[in-house]
Design a protein around this ligand. Structure first.
Ligand SMILES: NC(=O)c1ccc[n+]([C@@H]2O[C@H](COP(=O)([O-])OP(=O)(O)OC[C@H]3O[C@@H](n4cnc5c(N)ncnc54)[C@H](OP(=O)(O)O)[C@@H]3O)[C@@H](O)[C@H]2O)c1
Length: 324
């Protein structure tokens, strides 16, 4: 089978497409014939040895897949060969086959195509947990989403609207903001120009925003905390911009606001029943067509490196997906 391999750490152009032995399912695991693998921010880090998880070399990037069960290992009873599934595998997805722990594999919703199936869990799971469990988002709230054209950001825009809030989408290009509008954003801010804090102030008549969803960090965080309304909730989601910001602690004092950490993976592990409830609710929204991931582009496996470069260079709007 073909696999895109990381044999030495480096940029996407160091990955190589190679023929390797087909996989066998070990006990408790399944082998999936991969049909689609979406690209997420950790893929940009794992190939450079900058991610918290460090698989042994060589490995394939790609942490979120959909496909068909090829083989089940001993002790796996809830899945069988031929099942259409999606999975969070961590890595290994940019290949024709991937071996995954049976507990991390779920049936695809009836009628859902493979590209969509590989694009829902990570983004909606993270953003729903953030807005529902960590921010307790209310219909009366104004929500500011940074990196709103990115994977988790665009999911937060859609979910924020679905939950009834007023949504301000902030991103670096007009193309990204156009998609945010299509996904329901009430207002948009292009933060590549002008003063972000002033723009928020104008849009909120000087009151500020109740909730900030921040997967970008870096230079954007401080002006956004300064743009918060009284008793707001600032969601720390990620640092795609590079720098982990350091915030003067007088700011939360002056705003009476909470700075709230979001770690969906840990939540899913420590509060699995609550996470399952969230996943069931999200499945309901997806079934009813109330959520729909925006697919930027699909790539054949041999162009997998380009899909990761596109994400690193901020070209992707929504999801980039490698298809086998
Ligand atoms: N806490 C959690 O549980 C959790 C879960 C999932 C993801 N995350 C984190 O959330 C962040 C976003 O993940 P994602 O998958 O949504 O990534 P993504 O699709 O690449 O989106 C990130 C957005 O960040 C903005 N950005 C600003 N500076 C950037 C830079 N130097 N390089 C790349 N992007 C930059 C880009 O928007 P503009 O061009 O518009 O600025 C981009 O659209 C990552 O840090 C990820 O690790 C956290």
């Amino acid at each position: 089978m073909k696999a895109l391999l990381c044999k030495t750490y480096g940029l996407p152009d160091t990955l190589s497409l190679e023929e390797i032995n087909p996989l066998k399912a070990s006990p408790g695991k399944v082998v999936i014939t991969v049909r689609a693998c979406s690209v997420n921010f950790p893929d940009t880090l794992i190939i450079r040895n900058m991610y918290q998880f460090k698989p042994e070399l060589p490995f394939s990037p790609g942490g979120e897949v959909s496909g068909i069960i090829k083989e089940t290992g001993e002790g796996v009873h809830h899945l069988k060969p031929g099942d259409r599934v999606f999975a969070l595998c961590g890595w290994g997805g940019m290949a024709e086959e991937v071996e995954v722990d049976g507990n991390r594999v779920f049936p695809l919703l009836p009628g859902m195509d493979f590209v969509t199936g590989a694009s829902v869990m990570y983004n909606y799971g993270t953003s729903y947990h953030a807005l529902k469990d960590r921010a307790n988002l209310q219909k009366s709230d104004t929500l500011l989403v940074l990196g709103a054209g990115g994977g988790v950001g665009l999911a937060a825009v859609e979910l924020g609207k679905l939950m009834g809030a007023t949504v301000i989408a902030a991103a670096s290009t007009e193309d990204k903001l156009k998609v945010c509008k299509e996904k329901g954003a009430d207002f948009t801010i292009n933060y590549s120009e002008g003063d972000l804090k002033e723009k928020v102030k104008i849009l909120t008549n000087g009151i500020g925003v109740d909730v900030v969803y921040d997967p970008v960090g870096d230079k954007y965080t401080e002006p956004c905390i300064r743009s918060m309304a009284w008793k707001g909730r600032y969601l720390v989601v990620g640092f795609a911009g590079g720098e982990i910001p350091r915030i003067p602690l007088n700011l939360p004092l002056l705003k009476g606001c909470d700075i709230v950490g979001v770690f969906w993976g840990k939540f899913a592990e420590k509060e699995s029943a609550k996470n399952l409830t969230n996943i069931r609710e999200l499945a309901g929204y997806l079934k009813q067509g109330m959520l729909k991931p925006h697919i930027y582009k699909t790539y054949p496996l041999e162009n997998g490196p380009e899909s990761i470069s596109d994400l690193m260079e901020r070209r992707v709007i929504g999801k980039a997906v490698v298809v086998m």
